[in-house]
Write a protein that binds this ligand. Structure first.
Ligand code: MG
Length: 278
């Protein structure tokens, strides 16, 4: 089941997307996550045509920072190490960092080049996990039941800012640089560890082409480890890392510039498209 947040006639709604849009009687996606999707048909209020809505990010205002993994595909770890600098040294354990998101961008949105602060804006297509239950000190086999669904996240990154500071936080958190979407697909549509094709196209050129089965640390391992440290609240968004083919991996690097269109595609979910503005 595809669950989306959207605008219709100037108001924001949540609904089930198929060939139509089935509007739900909930305040927002976080409220739906808290409610759960059991007997979801009982809260459908009316049905719209797809052309009548404008998609927003499925969770427009995440309640907490996004939890991200760095270097969780071996080929990306290598390209990052080749890029050089202390920030990209090989690590034996998972690399966790967070990404501030005041407002998640929607598919189709134009985002700023931020060229007043960076000359090295980059893309990272990632499978994002959304939790539907709190998890604390959970065993791996129990973590999967807590997954509400999956979406696509483009972890837009300013490489120069990422490298300059000791931690990734600032370079990952430029305003309006976290596109998420186009919707959440509920976890029941996927295997326990989904093996999905993941691709990125910049102006039609294929840059990333991998599979989520190539995650170094799989989703169950990530949830078990993180929940061993902290309570992961329902609604938490975890970006599982990106494969090789980001702009910094090329010689010379292929950073984003105004006018570029980035399509992030994950099998079974869809396409998340953003354009770079001025
Ligand atoms: Mg990333």
């Amino acid at each position: 089941m595809k669950l989306a947040t959207f605008n219709h006639n100037g108001r924001q709604y949540v609904g089930i997307i198929d060939e139509k849009v089935h509007v739900l009687d909930v305040a927002d996606m976080c409220a739906l996550i808290h409610r759960g999707v059991d007997d979801i048909g009982s809260i459908v209020t009316h049905t719209l045509e797809r052309a009548e809505i404008e998609l927003l990010a499925p969770i427009v205002h995440p309640r907490q920072d996004i939890i991200c993994l760095g270097m969780n595909y071996l080929d990306h770890e290598k390209e990052a190490a080749d890029f050089g600098g202390k920030a990209f040294e090989k690590k034996n354990d998972n690399v966790y960092f967070s990404k501030r998101v005041n407002r998640a961008c929607a598919t189709g949105e134009m985002i700023s080049s931020h060229n007043d602060v960076t000359k090295c804006l980059d893309y990272e297509t990632e499978l994002a996990v959304i939790l539907g239950e709190d998890l604390y000190k959970a065993r791996k086999e129990d973590c999967y039941r807590a997954i509400f669904g999956y979406t696509i996240l483009n972890d837009i990154t300013a490489r120069d800012i990422q490298s300059r500071h000791m931690q990734f936080y600032a370079g990952k958190s430029l305003e309006d640089s976290c596109p998420i979407g186009p919707w959440i697909v509920t976890a029941d549509e996927f295997d326990q560890e989904p093996d999905l094709a993941l691709r990125t196209f910049v102006n039609g050129q294929r840059r990333q082409d991998s599979r989520t089965s190539l995650l170094v640390s799989d989703i169950g391992d990530i949830l078990e480890e993180l929940s061993g440290y902290m309570m992961l609240k329902k609604g938490t968004i975890i970006a599982t890392g990106t494969p090789a083919g980001v702009g910094m991996g090329f010689t010379p690097p292929k950073y984003l510039k105004p006018g570029d269109e980035i399509i992030s595609e994950i099998e079974g979910i869809g396409e998340l498209i953003v354009r770079i503005g001025k």
